[in-house]
Design a binder for this molecule. Sequence first.
Ligand code: GDP
Length: 482
Amino acid sequence: MMKNNSFGFLYEIIILIIKNCVIIHWIGCVFMDDTIVAISTALGIGAISIIRLSGNDAIKIVNKIFKGKNLEKVASHTINHGFIVDKNETIDEVLVSVMHHPKTYTTEDVVEINTHGGIASTNKVLELCLTNGARLAEPGEFTKRAFLNGRLDLTQAEAVEDIINSSTDKSLLLSVNQLTGSLKNMIINLRKDLINLMANIEVNIDYPEYEDAENITIKLLREKLIPIKNKLLDLLSESDNTKLIKDGINIAIVGRPNVGKSSLLNKFLDEEKAIVTNVEGTTRDLIEGSIIYKGIKLNFIDTAGIRKSNDLVESIGIKKSLNAIENADLIILTLNNNEEIKDEDKELLKIINNKPYIIFINKNDLESKINISNKLNSYICYGNTIDNNGIDALKNKINEMFSLDKILIKDSTYLTNARQKSLIKIAISQIDEALANLEMHTPVDIVEIDIKNAWNTLGEIIGATYKDELLNELFSNFCLGK
Ligand code: GDP
């Protein structure tokens, strides 16, 4: 009876693995029969544009509109010079890369047409590919195919998009690490540890007569589970700063109208991006700009001056400012050194009180009339935007508050998004559940269920199991042609 159970479980695991492969293969067969095409470079005026095709008919389709060598006969991974033609009309002189499956980005046949980078010629070549049998790719569909065909796991697919969006060296390094498979390999190894543990439990229950079978006692199970949990905890804590590295710090500059918020933004950005005038209520919308400081992006948002207003446009701006405060990681409340504190300043202090904030008292080149309480539990910096006074002090304070000097990216493994982090937290709680059950001397085959849950959850991170909605959501954020 017990033996049947054991085989039942192993059978279940094998079926699960086969099912995943079959589903992936089935999806592949049903949805990936067609050949997709998209412009893979940013559409605009540039030296070259690349139109990319992937699928069974990629080479055949391009061959129909190509004047030069017979592309169906050229060797794989070659670049071929020729012309794109529409009947007798020459559209552009091009270089065409022909790559036979499976050593391609999608593992399918891939063709890339390098055209001269004009908008008209690029669109015309795309149109010809479409009329000759290709389908316009959805955003991220090339990478989705690479995932469904097993060339990339989900973490590597996410890394592709992150590389495209990287704006600092640190965020680039983070994404490249992930693309090389560091997270994937770590998760695969942890899952192996868990599956070994489950297999050992089974053997132990059913074949106690096997002397070499490891005697899984409560003590031993705990000894094996705790290091796995610790590795997950380390991974989570090492990844504390990855959001900051990827997205930067959102800093909202707030204050009453005319205190110098736009001038402060301009000083930070070192350019005249915000409109600066002395008419109150000029900044009615949000003005944003970023700088890279200590390798981290500081995203400044210059908000509309917050005050009571009957003007509809200004009121909308003020609403947006309140939202910006809500979403900010840090607030710089700007006050005017040349005026007494007003009720609106006090109101603002109340609004931002539950957020990290710095007070910048601007216009210290003018006579001081401000009567600010020194009991305020905040860093106060005096300065002005005429001669840059106080700007470095503000930057130093930001550095100190977010420990920017200490953020180092090692050649290591990190979690780079909320999806991965939340799944790791779930896996940790499932291992905790197993440990708690061990503590209560629950039968080990019940503990095994917790271990299997953790194994499944880790599988979701790399996409060993996934839901279609997740894939649709994930790849729809990609740019077209990737
Ligand atoms: P905002 O409405 O808070 O964005 O304020 P602005 O940046 O548009 O500035 C309002 C006015 O204050 C403009 O005339 C600026 O030239 C002036 N201003 C800004 N910063 C300073 C400063 O540090 N000293 C002095 N004297 N004037 C400033």
